[in-house]
Design a protein around this ligand. Structure first.
Ligand SMILES: Nc1ncnc2c1ncn2[C@@H]1O[C@H](COP(=O)(O)OP(=O)(O)OP(=O)(O)O)[C@@H](O)[C@H]1O
Ligand SMILES: O=c1ccn([C@@H]2O[C@H](COP(=O)(O)O)[C@@H](O)[C@H]2O)c(=O)[nH]1
Length: 231
């Protein structure tokens, strides 16, 4: 069988909270179907508004962080199931619950869609772990901003987008917003950055509104969003 390079696409949970979420998912399906003949694709989805809603309810009920994370994991798995179902025959029809399970399902040759694995991390860490395990050539982080900024663009109108940056610079930028509390992770959590560093995974952060550009990003190496150099 012909070799197909592997890529991982991490979709922010915010993707599922947009008014046009079903149109977004249809676009994603078109892109995945146009790439699947030449690339092996792993998809990781975030938990989004559902995760935050259930984590907030759990926090009001004084549940511990581990249970709150589990609620977030279930929300991310719900989103993952939606994508897997929408991809139909292209995707493995069940969502993995661990890295071992992911690898087993990956051996089917199909697209594998996953949510969270275990408490204490975000789905960005899952994406990095999966990318490492399948030796992905790229990890694409599709989120609700155009790339990595020198500070959080949600809070700073003068934030400047960086087309290229090192992982160390990204770590410095995200340092002040790094948290390991359920539902509060932003963009890339500490665990994801450790894995990216040790396996030298190339990361591209882009806006999911531009999802149709994924094809030229993957096939032609077109510069889109921010590229994070793992050094
Ligand atoms: N320096 C920065 N550059 C870009 N985005 C940043 C930065 N600092 C913080 N952010 C925030 O990170 C958010 C993106 O994180 P993202 O939505 O990918 O996380 P997620 O955990 O996958 O989402 P969710 O929790 O909704 O599932 C942006 O909305 C942005 O406000
Ligand atoms: O492996 C994982 C993945 C996720 N969580 C928890 O779920 C929420 C939602 O995931 P996001 O990546 O933030 O969208 C996350 O905040 C964690 O609380 C987890 O524990 N383990």
């Amino acid at each position: 069988m012909e070799f197909r390079p592997s890529i991982v696409i991490k979709i922010s949970g915010k993707f599922f909270d947009e008014n046009d979420a079903s149109a977004n998912i249809s676009f994603l399906r078109q892109v995945v179907s146009s790439l699947a003949g030449s690339y092996r694709i792993g998809i990781v989805s975030g938990g989004g508004g559902n995760a935050r809603k259930y984590i907030k309810l759990g926090r009001e009920l004084k549940l511990n962080e581990s249970y709150l994370d589990l609620l977030g994991i279930w929300a991310s798995r719900l989103n993952a199931n939606l994508i897997a179902f929408a991809l139909g025959d292209l995707a493995y029809p069940a969502v993995p619950d661990s890295l071992e399970d992911f690898v087993e399902k990956w051996s089917s040759g199909k697209v594998v869609v996953t949510g969270g694995f275990q408490p204490g991390q975000s789905t960005a860490a899952v994406a990095a772990l999966v990318a490492e395990a399948i030796s992905a050539s790229k990890l694409v982080v599709a989120t609700n901003v155009d790339g990595v900024y020198d500070k959080d663009p949600r809070d700073h109108a003068d934030a400047v987008m960086l087309k290229e940056l090192t992982l160390s610079r990204l770590r410095e930028i995200l340092e002040s917003s790094q948290s390991v509390k359920a539902g509060t992770y932003e963009l890339l959590d500490p665990m994801s950055m450790k894995i990216i560093q040790r396996s030298k995974i190339q990361v591209i952060v882009m806006n999911y509104k531009n999802i149709s550009a994924l094809t030229s990003l993957i096939k032609e190496n077109k510069a889109i969003g921010s590229i994070v150099i793992p050094e």
